[in-house]
Design a protein around this ligand. Structure first.
Ligand SMILES: C[S@@+](CC[C@H](N)C(=O)[O-])C[C@H]1O[C@@H](n2cnc3c(N)ncnc32)[C@H](O)[C@@H]1O
Length: 248
């Protein structure tokens, strides 16, 4: 989908986004994000960038693991989504564990950061929506520090055929109906979700794209019967000149 349509879609559903995520994933969304943080090799002093951060849920999950020496930056190009994330930072101390998290309006395809900056560059349910998947991964890799991790949490297609057919009934019929009803969306925003997942590369293909852009040791972990997968790749300590992510 074109970038301006994606931006518009999320601006319309922003208010209902968190509630519907939890409802439609049957409360699995939080544990998927926690698993993502767990496999990211994040340390208290890590510098984390969460792109396509939306309402900031993954950024805030990282924030719980970061000490005063580190920080988390969440970036997104949809202002309405970021505003909701920013409101979470205004909550009393304790609700959000520290104040080392910030949100920034930025396009994932042209991140306003220097090469080799962040220890972890993550994306949760966002890279599927970026107009150019390869450019998105390339840009995430560019801003990752040598030795750092690029981490992708994304919906994928379950492998087991019996489970897949049951799940697809829910995913393509029930989920869009409930999502569009609750968000009062007339443009079928929640029909876009299954359509975009069906078109998205499978786990092996996504791993290959990550490797193509110079990431090594790429592993993926399927979760909840393979509804989602977490991919983690390492940026080499010495960036390869062939991988295309260093600006020379
Ligand atoms: C499904 S939401 C994911 C939000 C959040 N990461 C989460 O875990 O729930 C996808 C987000 O990607 C953002 N997005 C899509 N393309 C983008 C781009 N090129 N640059 C920045 N944000 C983008 C949308 O604005 C939206 O907030």
């Amino acid at each position: 989908m074109q970038a301006h349509r994606v931006k518009n879609l999320f601006s319309v559903i922003a208010r209902h986004y968190d509630f519907l995520n939890t409802l439609l994933s049957l409360k699995r969304d939080k544990s998927w994000r926690h698993e993502t943080v767990k496999v990211s090799d994040v340390k208290p002093a890590s510098k984390v960038l969460d792109v396509c951060t939306g309402t900031g849920e993954l950024a805030l999950a990282y924030s719980d693991k970061i000490g005063a020496e580190g920080f988390v930056m969440g970036s997104d190009f949809c202002f309405e989504m970021l505003v909701i994330g920013d409101q979470k930072l205004q909550q009393p101390v304790g609700a959000v564990s520290n104040r080392t998290t910030n949100f920034l309006a930025a396009d994932t395809l042209t991140l306003p950061f220097l090469d080799n900056t962040f220890d972890v560059v993550s994306v949760g349910f966002g890279i599927r929506n970026v107009a150019d998947l390869e450019m998105g991964i390339r840009e995430m890799t560019r801003v990752a520090a040598p030795g750092g991790r690029v981490v992708i949490l994304e919906f994928t297609q379950p492998v087991n055929p019996i489970f897949r057919s049951l799940y697809y009934f829910y995913f393509t019929k029930i989920l869009p109906f409930v999502g569009n009803l609750i968000s009062r969306n007339k443009d079928d925003a929640y029909g876009y979700l299954p359509r975009s997942v069906m078109k998205f590369p499978n786990c092996d293909a996504l791993k290959s794209v990550m490797e193509q852009y110079g990431l090594t040791d790429v592993q993926f972990y399927r979760k909840t019967f393979g509804i989602v997968a977490i991919h983690v790749g390492k940026k080499p300590d010495k960036p390869s000149s062939e991988s295309g992510f260093t600006r020379l």
